[in-house]
Design a protein around this ligand. Structure first.
Ligand SMILES: CCc1ccc([C@H](C)CC(=O)N[C@@H]2O[C@H](CO)[C@@H](O)[C@H](O)[C@H]2O)cc1
Length: 815
């Protein structure tokens, strides 16, 4: 029995009911009649995980036995979304569970709504990591996702007086049924202290790090089920614990806070996610978080996963660690430390292994988003790692001097150590020096990485640079989020598309089929009705069913240009109330925003205030009722995205060209039959190429045009002066019309647009409005619009994260 197969409950309604009631009685310790919604939800979750357990344990055993090469995905963020729906989909138990709950007098939808999503990420990077681990499980690739189990995830956003207010995300407070703590795999992690070097008898030098404080890393395992393939991979998230429980002596001496100080200090490390997604604050706790999960993960793989006698010279045959941006890059000196200081490798041996164990993905183009850590802080927190980084850099710069003799400027430019403004370590450079491969996340991005962000490195190592265009999982973002479209797709081309998204191509001929177009419109209409029902309950919003649904959802950032969308809304409003445009000429439009701003990003928060202010006035103005409405549901997250994206007609991807690395929302909208209005930026370029120019509303400057415009000197005020429509629009905002006459309230945004406009929203205004009038015209012809929408779906199979994983396997992990 001990070693036999795990007994799996019968995948029948009876089996499910029995297991559920068992979990309710013995797990929750309550009767169905007495149980709360949360009891029922936790019992349901535990029931579902029983159906996954056998596959999970079997997958683990198979992995241990096969000794295959594993992908170690190192990410400080995972934006997983709700688990129940996805796990029911993966186990094909949706209908069984629904019927079983009905038998128990429960509507499963109310239990699904009970789940608090784990918001362990900020935005694109975190969600991408979640899509990637889903694809790797569905493709049966041995993978361990490593990350941090933050006690508090991304803040919950509410609005007070139209302003963003952040509330703590206590996602664990109602229980967390999808995680499994593994105290037997705890890892001790050191910080601070100093290093001491001794000379052995044979004259070789040995350095030892003596940390002066330690914490324990407790792993929590999460299931990552493949789609109905019997595979369940593992996500291992680390939580920090104090090495010593509270100090009884100090406690008895009466200094209670001191007694627990060590505890709180340690637990602070995994307490909360840093809510920034572009400008690092360089906080010490952030570096502690990064080193903590990296040290736990490397130790876990080398000492708890590999066979005890494994020869670490062959480590690259067993693992490749993918560095999800610069956040886990401290893993490089950590592996060197383990190999040299603990395993007795010679430096070159260790370096040879390290270089083949890491690959680095860059997710940004904003120079300020590339992390640098001061040598002061690094030397204090991780003295041994700083020594190792210095040596890596020395040997690297020797290489540079050899390749470019006498070019000391280049040496200084390429040094991992920046001298100004303060001596600091450039983590992106360290990742590029040590990584076997460096990739961007869309073709344009990867090209700009080569040409603009890391030109010296791509000149030195052109073969090291590659591209893997992002993707999204069709399981969550089509099959789960858009059940109506999924049924239409499956009825039309079979179910193969769920794991082979290129099959969507078979849909192409149906774009010319009027009855299929009718069906397609029905799906969109019903998804809208579902969304509007939700927004009415969730946010008290009443939105007109018939209007075009124009959606802009992403983090709030100037480069993403939510202000440009806002200027468009104000110009439409002004056209209507001024009578310049007659109501019958207007294509009714509902604009929905979703966006969180980093708490310290003040201008972003001012933009949120202005959007809400404009929304309040527009929605209350009878002159535009039913023609124009604006909604800004609070707390945009994965769960809201799953309701918003299937309902959208128009997808706003309007960043300044050369700023959005890729975008992934753009892919989700195209796959759910929305048309895109966008610039030639990030993956928009590839979306437009695949769906066809005629099925994409392009506008704005290209990246080279932006560069030329900037080089020629850009003065936004001039554009304002010379563009009447823009002038009218900005003047209306500046007048305080949307803020009860309070001009001061809008000054931060208006002044910024007129005097800075770093991301050239004013420069692209006219082109954007022209494109939006093309949208209005196109939407007036439902057959043509639907045809375009169907072709967007049919031609977007490329944007599956399964395809992205195939590219990583081919170009990076197997190389
Ligand atoms: C505070 C430090 C920091 C800096 C950058 C980041 C992330 C890299 C920002 C991010 O999420 N980038 C987005 O990554 C997506 C996945 O590749 C891309 O699709 C988006 O274009 C990119 O903005 C997080 C935190």
């Amino acid at each position: 029995l001990a070693s036999g197969p795990v007994v799996q409950p019968a995948p029948t309604v009876d089996g499910f009911v029995e297991t559920f009631l068992g979990e309710l009685n013995y797990g929750q310790g309550t009767l169905l009649s007495q149980s709360t919604l949360n009891d029922q939800y936790l019992a349901l979750a535990r029931t579902v995980r029983r159906y996954l357990m056998a596959d999970w344990l079997e997958t683990g055993a198979r992995r241990r036995h096969a000794q295959q090469k594993t992908v170690g995905y190192l990410s400080a963020e995972y934006l997983l979304g709700r688990q129940l729906g996805n796990n029911l989909l993966a186990t094909n138990l949706q209908d069984v569970a629904e019927e079983a709950m009905r038998r128990c007098g429960i509507d499963i939808a109310t239990l699904r709504a009970q789940e608090v999503e784990p918001g362990l990420g900020n935005g694109g990077l975190g969600r991408l990591a979640a899509c990637f681990v889903d694809s790797l499980a569905t493709m049966d690739v041995p993978t361990i996702g490593y990350g941090i189990r933050y006690e508090y995830g991304i803040f919950r956003q509410t609005f007070e007086d139209d302003r963003q207010v952040e509330l703590p995300d206590s996602w664990l407070s109602l229980g967390s049924p999808w995680e499994f703590p593994h105290p037997e795999r705890q890892v001790l992690v050191g910080f601070g202290g100093s290093t001491e070097t001794s000379t052995a008898a044979d004259g070789t030098q040995h350095t030892r790090w003596v940390p002066d404080w330690t914490v324990l890393g407790m792993p929590y395992h999460y299931m990552v089920p493949g789609f109905r393939n019997g595979v369940v991979n593992t996500l291992r998230l680390w939580s920090a614990r104090a090495t010593h429980a509270f100090d009884l002596q100090i406690f008895n001496a009466g200094d209670y806070t001191q007694a627990v100080r060590a505890q709180t200090f340690a637990e602070n490390i995994s307490k909360v996610l840093y809510p920034e997604d572009s400008t690092p604050q360089g906080k010490e706790l952030r570096l502690q978080q990064q080193y903590f999960f990296v040290a736990c993960s490397l130790h876990d793989f080398i000492d708890n996963t590999l066979p005890a006698d494994f020869d670490l010279h062959r480590l690259p045959e067993r693992i490749v660690f993918q560095l999800n941006d610069t956040h886990p890059v401290i893993a490089i000196p950590e592996l060197m430390r383990i190999l040299v200081d603990r395993k007795g490798f010679a430096w070159d041996e260790a370096w040879e292994v390290t270089q083949r164990c890491f690959a680095y993905t860059c997710h940004t183009l904003l120079p300020e988003a590339l992390e640098v850590w001061s040598v002061e802080l690094l030397g204090r927190l991780l003295p041994r790692h700083l020594e190792i980084i210095y040596r890596i850099n020395e040997e690297f710069l020797e290489q540079v001097r050899e390749a470019f003799p006498g070019d000391e400027m280049r040496v200084r430019r390429m040094s991992v150590i920046a001298e100004h403004p303060e001596r600091s370590v450039r983590m992106a450079y360290l990742a590029t020096v040590a990584g076997a491969k460096v990739n961007g996340v869309a073709e344009l991005h990867s090209q700009l990485l080569r040409d603009k962000v890391l030109p010296d490195f791509s000149q030195l190592w052109p073969e090291k640079f590659t591209n893997v265009t992002n993707g999204v999982t069709p399981r969550r973002f089509v099959r789960l989020a858009n059940r109506r479209l999924s049924e239409l797709l499956t009825d039309t081309i079979g179910e193969g598309w769920v794991t082979d998204l290129d099959r969507l191509r078979e849909l192409e001929p149906y774009a010319d089929d009027a009855s299929f177009r009718e069906e397609f419109r029905r799906v969109k209409r019903e998804n809208k009705e579902r969304l509007y029902r939700l927004l009415a309950v969730r946010d008290g919003l009443r939105l007109p069913q018939e209007a075009m649904l124009d959606v802009m959802v992403k983090r709030l950032h100037e480069y993403k240009r939510q202000t440009l969308k806002l200027l468009h809304i104000v110009s439409l409003y002004d056209d209507l109330v001024s009578g310049r445009v007659a109501p019958e000429e207007m294509t009714p439009r509902t604009v929905v925003f979703g966006a969180k701003a980093a708490p310290g990003y003040h201008l972003a928060k001012e933009i949120i205030f202005l959007v809400n202010s404009v929304a309040g006035v527009v929605n209350a103005d009878p002159r535009v009722q039913g023609l124009l409405s604006v909604a800004f549901p609070a707390n945009y997250n994965v769960t809201l995205a799953e309701k918003l994206i299937p309902a959208a007609d128009l997808s706003e991807q309007i960043s300044l060209a050369g700023k959005e690395a890729s975008g992934t929302g753009n892919m989700k909208f195209a796959l759910n039959g929305a048309l895109t209005i966008g610039t030639d930026d990030g993956a928009n370029v590839e979306i437009r190429r695949l769906v066809g120019d005629e099925n994409f509303f392009l506008f704005g400057m290209t990246e080279p045009e932006v560069e030329r415009r900037r080089a020629a000197g850009y003065t936004p005020a001039e554009v304002y002066e010379t563009t009447p429509a823009l002038r009218r629009t900005i003047d209306l905002v500046a007048s305080g019309h949307f803020t009860g006459g309070d001009r001061q309230a809008v000054a931060p945004v208006v002044d910024n647009l007129l005097h800075e406009d770093a991301f050239m929203a004013l420069a692209d205004f006219s082109s954007y409005l022209e494109a939006q009038s093309r949208v209005d015209a196109a939407y007036a012809d439902p057959e043509a619009w639907t045809r375009s929408a169907i072709l967007n779906v049919a031609r977007s199979g490329f944007f599956s994260s399964d395809r992205s994983m195939r590219d990583y396997l081919e170009r990076i992990w197997h190389s």
